[in-house]
Design a protein around this ligand. Structure first.
Ligand code: HEC
Length: 125
């Protein structure tokens, strides 16, 4: 029989190895979304009580198209469609992309992370 002490020790080592492996891998698009967007946006198309509009089915969607969400005038009149280039421009600097929009957001991600997140987001239903 393995003494209890040794079992505990083995468990701790496994947990450490797992933590090290998780740290080594760059965060996925989904993880980046959870870090940077989830507090204000849901996926799908139903309006919930978050600050921003739901972001499901975003690819080729017209900007400000979610019914009953109160968008800023600036975004409503932008004439934008959401594709990778427009999404990256928006996320990199929303105020430069569409002045007077209502997304009060400063991007904490690197350009490479923003791209990974954008590619993932545009595939979500
Ligand atoms: C602090 C809250 C907040 C955070 C964080 C935030 N957003 Fe937003 N977002 C908003 C608001 C509010 C709007 C509506 C802007 C308007 O009406 O001008 C918006 C609008 C958008 C739109 C336009 C949607 C449409 O229907 O046209 C996209 C795309 C978007 N956000 C993507 C993101 C992504 C991706 C992230 C994470 C990297 C993010 N946002 C982080 C609040 C936020």
């Amino acid at each position: 029989m393995i003494p209890a002490k040794q079992t505990r020790c083995g468990f701790v080592i496994a947990a450490c190895l797992l933590a090290a492996a998780t740290r080594a891998a760059p965060p996925s698009g989904e993880q980046l979304y959870d870090i940077a967007c989830l507090s204000c946006h849901s996926l799908g198309d139903a309006i919930d009580h978050r600050v921003g509009p739901p972001l499901g089915g975003l690819l080729n969607r017209k900007a400000a198209a979610v019914k009953d969400y109160r968008y800023s005038e600036a975004l409503s009149e932008s004439g934008w469609d959401w594709t990778l280039p427009t999404l990256l421009a928006w996320l990199t600097d929303p105020d430069a992309a569409i002045p007077n929009n209502a997304m009060n957001y400063v991007n904490p991600l690197t350009a490479e992370e923003t791209q990974r997140l954008g590619q993932w987001l545009l595939l979500q239903p």
